[in-house]
Design a protein around this ligand. Structure first.
Ligand code: PLP
Length: 485
């Protein structure tokens, strides 16, 4: 039997469940053994050399692997599965939609599911955001956000605005536009020379590594705002379309929250130069940080002109992401061409909209955003109690049920590990062997160095599961750092 820290696995219902029998050695070895019995896969996996683990089924907050091993899903993919897996109400809504209208083209048609979902998200005009546009992925949403921002200035007779400013620690997606905004260096290698030329990057907001000793939060924010201001000036007057940032950084940053006033200061710089302020909440949005929109928790006026959402919107039940657009932009387009010059075959797909509508209705009915905030406090406490004093744990940071742990070689100087050691991915691998799924991260420092792991369990996570997660992460970390480096 494989040793697991999930001594008493719990389903979301709180009922203890029997652990499935696991025979053999490690998950990795059993997975290799499984693939050795299979024909060569026709599916193009990310790695040609390491085959992914086959998940046979998923229910509530657990995955069951091909050999019966049960894994507590403490990151829901990458902060996607906010309701856990196999929610019957969502499945029923999708089934009904499939049987009613599975697909129509949005050039001429719409469905009630799409209209209702948009109304639920922006019917009350949060921060002036008044229209929603649905697509299949966060990358598509950010691509569309870039295009509607450009169209806004084009139709306002400002066609010279062609430039975007993003941050050096950013992940906005893998299609060409968002990839150009991003700085996830390993993902950019073959494309570096042919990214969009009209993008530049400023410093991330990364207090743990970049706030100077003795520098107050207010001084740090002023320094970052001045840098953005300088970048607007360098690019040229009225050349910038928008500044784009993740409200709480995810994949490349490990849940970095900004000091008070950072986002309102950045928005003020955008306003000074007549540019738009765009927030990417594909990962941190839809309740993940304890409020529906992550920017709601920022000091001052941090509401975006355009924001993008994704992962938690449909909770993984169907591919769906969205662009939420401020009324002022809609008015401009309305007075101009009267259209958004963009579209996809599968935009506002009825099945995806029905899934997201069901997910979001459950979230509201069950008060799960509030629950996320409350359980998030327990997760924070558990992680800090167990890991904060460990010699290679640099910082534990996050908000709601969105937590990152940054690992450092030297805690006193905050020096990162050599990237070749792959500390973040190794901790993730060990946690998996111990029965808990967390998300690995690297490239925290300017996309190159720096390791972290990301913990983002479903909003339905129980106290017992939080206990299992924190215990497992500590054990996984200890196993990794106790190996000879
Ligand atoms: N933006 C952020 C902040 C993300 O974290 C991601 C995905 O991880 C994306 C955009 C891209 O989303 P997708 O992978 O759905 O294209």
């Amino acid at each position: 039997l494989i040793p697991t820290l999930l001594d008493e696995p719990y389903e979301a219902s709180g009922q203890p469940q029997k652990a499935a029998p696991c025979t053999g050695t490690s998950i990795v070895e059993r997975n290799k053994a499984y693939w050795s019995t299979q024909p060569r896969p026709s599916l193009l996996h990310r790695s040609f050399h390491e085959q992914p683990v086959v998940v046979a089924s998923a229910s509530q907050n657990y995955l069951t692997l091909h050999d019966g091993t049960r894994i507590l899903d403490a990151c829901g993919g990458a902060a996607v599965a906010i309701l856990g897996h196999g929610n019957k109400e969502v499945v029923a809504a999708m089934t009904e939609q499939a049987a009613t209208v599975a697909y129509v083209h949005t050039l001429s048609y719409t469905t009630q599911a799409a209209e209702d979902l948009a109304k639920l998200l922006v019917g009350h005009k949060p921060g002036g955001l008044s229209k929603a546009f649905f697509l299949g992925s966060g990358s598509e949403a950010n691509d569309g956000a870039m295009k509607i921002a450009r169209q806004f200035f084009f139709e306002r007779n400002d066609p010279q605005r062609t430039h975007f400013i993003a941050r050096r620690q950013a992940y906005h997606g893998n299609t060409w536009g968002p990839m150009s905004l991003s700085n996830n260096v390993s993902r950019l290698v073959p494309y570096k020379d042919i990214l969009m030329p009209n993008v530049s990057h400023v410093s991330p907001c990364y207090p743990y590594q970049y706030q100077r000793s003795g520098e107050s939060d207010a001084q740090y924010v002023r320094r970052l705002a001045a840098e953005l201001d300088d970048e607007f000036t360098r690019v040229g007057p009225q050349r910038v379309i928008a500044f784009v940032a993740e409200t709480v950084g995810g994949a490349t940053s490990g849940c970095i929250t900004a000091p008070p006033g950072y986002f309102s200061a950045m928005k003020a710089v955008c306003r000074k130069h007549g540019a738009l302020f765009v927030l990417d909440e594909v990962m941190c949005g839809m309740g993940r940080t304890g409020t529906t929109m992550a920017w709601e928790q920022e000091d001052g006026d941090a509401s975006p002109d355009i924001m993008t959402i994704g992962k938690g919107l449909g909770g993984g039940y169907a591919p769906i992401a969205g662009i939420l657009v401020h009324q002022d932009i809609i008015d401009q387009l309305d007075q101009g061409t009267g259209c958004f010059n963009h579209g996809h075959t599968y935009q506002a797909h009825p099945m995806s909209c029905a899934a997201a509508l069901a997910v979001q209705s459950i979230v509201r009915r069950e008060g799960l955003v509030q629950r996320c905030a409350e359980m998030g406090k327990r997760l924070e406490m558990g992680l800090k109690q167990r890991l904060a004093d460990e010699p290679h744990v640099g910082e534990i940071r996050g908000r709601g049920l969105f937590w990152g742990i940054e690992f450092v070689q030297d805690k006193s100087t905050r020096t990162p590990f050599d990237p070749a050691l792959k500390i973040g991915p190794s901790v993730q691998r060990e946690a998996l062997e111990l029965g808990v799924n967390i998300y690995p991260g690297a490239g925290t420092l300017d996309g190159v160095k720096g390791d972290h792991v990301l913990i983002a369990p479903p909003f339905t996570v129980t106290e017992a599961e939080i206990e299992a997660i924190t215990r497992t992460v500590l054990e996984a970390y200890r196993r990794v750092v106790s190996r000879p480096q």
